[in-house]
Design a protein around this ligand. Structure first.
Ligand code: PHE
Length: 344
């Protein structure tokens, strides 16, 4: 019996198959009903009782080895046959798949929105093709304000009282929110905006904004300052300081521009902050009573603040990429720089 087992091992070792049919024939020869391994299993019945343990183990091992060998041949011969049929070499190394990553503008927009979400703000979106009423009129723009001219705004249709245009800011979404939501309102409006500007390193005809609006009873300028300070510290680091400079927007009174302390030179002055130690990040102010009134909110009962920032501007400060055009050209070499930053 011992010899018979060794003989089967030798045969298995020398076994070669070219086709799947050869493999199946071999399987029958070894493991089929009349196969050599099966025959040995039957002989096992007549083995002397004191040898049963030893041979039982040996036979089990043989059966396992035979099964494994047949499976291995089946895999190899099968792959070779498929390859012959398709004419491809399946053993060639594969092409690495190029993984996409989030666009830097999307990364920063999400970061800004997430910070305000944490503060309890909802997110609202609105149409990119808007009407004059929601972009200008309801926001207290005087009839001949320069922003309403062709050289600043892309018009889709003109010649009637409420022309269609590409929104120049997402403040229009704030108007839509005031029209339909119940008070108090706490909302951020991320989105794409359009301005009729010559494209350069510092200006583009398309960019992204996140604007915010908070309206409730007794909202004061101190609340605005605190909200912006908390945002700046979440965004640029816990030691960030802010300062506000008086400014003008038709829809806020008083209005301010917000600067953050330069996180590159820590206020000492470098070429990013042009030696001033401060970087401008957004406009803001207390919502003008005319704006509240236009959307049916009583300015004697409610007050609020609004702010708006450019996403590309924040991205430029975050990564010191000082040419806006990079964000729109979709050069893969540029986009790949941000691949690891997106691995969340
Ligand atoms: N809408 C302004 C802009 O596009 C930004 C802003 C929003 C300023 C809200 C003040 C308050 O520049």
């Amino acid at each position: 019996m011992k010899q018979a087992i060794e003989q089967v091992y030798r045969e298995l070792e020398q076994l070669k198959c070219k086709t799947l049919k050869d493999v199946e024939d071999a399987r029958i020869r070894f493991l089929g009903k009349k196969g050599s391994v099966t025959a040995l299993m039957e002989q096992f019945r007549s083995v002397a009782p004191e040898l049963k343990r030893e041979f039982g183990q040996k036979l089990n091992e043989l059966k396992k080895a035979a099964t494994a060998k047949i499976e291995e041949l089946k895999d190899n011969v099968g792959a070779a046959e498929t390859q012959q049929a398709s004419g491809e070499d399946l053993t060639m190394p594969g092409d690495a798949m190029e993984l996409g990553s989030r666009h830097p503008v999307s990364i920063v927009r999400q970061e800004i929105v997430d910070i305000f979400r944490k503060f309890g703000y909802d997110v609202a979106e609105g149409p990119e093709i808007e009407d004059d009423y929601h972009v200008f009129e309801a926001l207290n723009f005087p009839p001949n304000h320069p922003a309403r001219e062709m050289q600043d705004t892309f018009f889709v249709s003109t010649g009637h009282l409420n022309p269609l245009l590409l929104r120049t800011h997402t403040s229009s979404v704030q108007v839509r929110t005031m029209e339909k939501e119940k008070l108090p309102i706490r909302v951020v409006c991320p989105g794409r905006v359009f301005r009729n500007e010559a494209i350069s390193a510092r200006a583009h005809c398309i960019f992204h904004q996140v604007e915010g609006l908070y309206i409730d009873k007794n909202v004061t300028f101190a609340d605005l300052k605190q909200a912006i300070l908390l945002f700046a510290r979440e965004m640029f680091g816990a030691d960030t300081e802010i300062r506000m400079r008086p400014s003008y927007f038709p829809f806020t009174e008083p209005s301010a521009e917000v600067d953050v302390s330069c996180n590159i030179c820590k206020g000492k002055g470098c070429n990013i902050c042009k030696g001033t130690g401060w970087l401008e990040i957004m406009g803001c102010g207390m919502v003008d009573p005319n704006v509240l009134r236009a959307s049916g909110i009583d300015p004697d009962v409610y007050s609020g603040f609004a702010f708006g920032m450019g996403v590309e501007r924040i991205a430029m400060l975050k990564w010191q990429v000082n040419d806006l055009r990079h964000y729109f050209e979709n050069d893969m070499r540029f986009l790949h720089e941000f691949a690891t930053a997106t691995e969340v």
